[in-house]
Write a protein that binds this ligand. Structure first.
Ligand SMILES: Cc1cc2nc3c(=O)[nH]c(=O)nc-3n(C[C@H](O)[C@H](O)[C@H](O)COP(=O)(O)OP(=O)(O)OC[C@H]3O[C@@H](n4cnc5c(N)ncnc54)[C@H](O)[C@@H]3O)c2cc1C
Ligand code: FES
Length: 479
């Protein structure tokens, strides 16, 4: 399903890579993080190339709600408890600086992308005390924060933390102009990295610096990012015929919603769940019910969903990929706040490469994560064990297939084998292996998106078994 952004902006097509090339820096992934990093590295004088598996912005960036803010729900109280005042203030500073950097870049490059300064709010219908505490911690970190009960939401709140002078924009209009300045190869998937060489299906790119900006890194070892992140999926509706909001909102309560205006639309987001844990479906229905109660006169114009990587300790992983790979960098784990984090990542990585240091290195360093021996073993063994599965696959008896009604999917077990089955509205049956080709977890059916989703690290496949989202790199085995 198309997002409002992809329906209203077409980015010019780029050629595939058709020869072996050499460059100073190669960025894998042409989303917000990759394009911004490429732009900054190029500005610093490095010859830079972007490899994009699909189209520019066609990953999570086209499905974001595109708030640019240092307000990442309630985060500062938690960061203070875990990391102390200095790191927490640095996290705030990096994200506040990102908002100003967007504005400066948009002015410099004369980008018309509906960039607007607006306040952002975290609201609660429940316990205002924790919001008052968050306000005070954020203020001490240098953020223009205040506690308020005055909001333009369609319901009263117990309280809200307001950050002034944040921003929102149209992410694809922004990328469309910025990407024109860069050497980008579309439909060019990177499959392997070996020292200074990136291999695509038919060619290689050799570079002094390689940057993984492909959302969830596909390199399992070293790095072990699969052990330090999972993915969370959320759903968005674009509604017309609604009153405008003064700013951007996100709910702090378990069933809180996200709101922002864009032209005459309101984007209403929510119904989040860990990827691979939506077997009962109903995520869009829940949001539509909320829309009907908040804005009875509204009309649904677009609906879509997306997912993001959630780091275990609340801070993205930006910097050197692993201690063993000095020329390999990564930007991931944006926990649904990848607009400001992409800018922070681009600044940090380009500073590390061009100046050898960054004031924000310590805050985001991926080296803060230590992996255990059992995790190392898992990575070494699981990949192998998945290969070759489905070899002895056989036909499933009709009585098993009849368990699945038309328009539904589910897992059928027969003689110890588990098979994912989707029966379309015409009764045609599609069978796939439910072993995730990443590290072998069992996939679960997602009725809202008609997809097979992995609860472990969030890879997704359509009902025919085609890969939709990584870290897996291959399609599913089919019958
Ligand atoms: C519902 C929702 C709402 C959100 N709203 C906000 C918001 O309001 N504000 C905010 O700050 N953040 C928000 N986020 C988060 C934000 O959208 C993401 O963090 C951000 O878009 C991630 O950008 P990225 O460049 O890292 O990833 P992506 O945009 O996914 O880009 C990665 C690119 O890499 C490519 N790729 C993958 N593998 C390979 C490979 N092997 N070779 C070559 N290319 C490859 C993909 O095709 C893709 O284009 C939201 C997230 C969700 C889920
Ligand atoms: S995404 Fe890692 S096992 Fe499925």
């Amino acid at each position: 399903m198309k997002s409002l952004w992809s329906a209203t902006c077409k980015i010019p097509v780029r050629k595939e890579l058709n020869q072996n090339i050499q460059t100073d820096a190669v960025i894998i992934g042409g989303g917000m993080a990759g394009i911004l990093t490429a732009y900054m590295l190029q500005k610093s004088g490095l010859k830079t190339v972007v490899l994009e598996a699909g189209r520019i912005g066609s990953g999570m960036t086209q499905n974001t709600t595109a708030k640019i803010t240092s307000q990442h729900n309630l985060i500062y109280t938690d960061l203070l408890r875990q990391f102390g005042q200095e790191i927490t203030a640095m996290y705030a500073a990096a994200n506040q600086a990102a908002i100003d950097e967007y504005q400066a870049l948009i002015i410099d490059e004369q980008i018309n992308c509906h960039f607007e300064r607006r306040p952002s709010y975290v609201y609660t219908l429940d316990n205002a005390g924790r919001l008052e505490k968050e306000t005070s911690v954020a203020e001490k970190c240098g953020i223009p924060a205040e506690f308020t009960t005055s909001v333009t939401l369609p319901f009263p709140v117990r309280g809200a933390v307001k950050f002034s002078n944040q921003a929102q924009f149209h992410p694809l209009e922004f990328l469309s102009v910025l990407s024109q300045k860069l050497q980008i190869y579309e439909n060019t998937k990177a499959f392997e990295i070996e020292e200074k060489t990136v291999r695509t299906e038919n060619h290689t790119v050799t570079a002094d610096f390689i940057i993984l900006a492909c959302h969830f890194p596909f390199v399992n070892v070293p790095g072990y990012y699969f052990a330090r992140m999972y993915q969370q999926r959320s759903y968005v509706l674009a509604l017309s015929g609604v009153p405008q909001l003064d700013g951007m909102y996100i709910g702090a309560d378990e069933k809180g919603y996200s709101f922002r205006s864009y032209e005459n639309f309101i984007l209403l987001g929510g119904s989040g769940h860990r990827t691979g844990q939506n077997q009962n479906g109903g995520s869009y229905e829940n949001l539509k019910n909320a829309a009907a109660s908040f804005y009875p006169a509204s009309t649904l114009m677009y609906q879509w969903s997306a997912q993001d990587c959630i780091p275990l300790d609340g801070i993205p992983y930006i910097g050197q990929f692993s201690s063993k790979t000095p020329n390999l960098f990564v930007a991931t784990g944006f926990q649904k706040w990848g607009m400001s984090s992409s800018m922070a990542a681009a600044r940090l990585i380009s500073d590390l490469i061009s100046k050898g240091d960054s004031p924000f290195k310590e805050v985001f360093t991926p080296q803060r994560f230590k992996i255990s021996a059992s995790v190392q073993k898992l990575a070494e063994n699981s990949g192998k064990s998945v290969k070759g599965l489905f070899k002895g696959f056989f036909s499933i008896p009709d009585e098993q297939l009849n368990q699945i009604p038309k328009g539904h999917g589910g897992v059928v077990e027969y003689e110890g084998e588990k098979v994912g089955i989707y029966k379309d509205e015409n009764g045609e049956i599609f069978m796939v292996s439910v072993r995730c080709p990443h590290l072998g977890c069992e996939l679960a059916w997602n009725p809202d998106e008609l997809s097979w989703d992995c609860p472990c690290h969030g890879s997704r496949f359509d009902y025919k078994g085609n890969l939709l989202n990584g870290p897996a790199m291959e399609n599913l085995n089919t019958l």
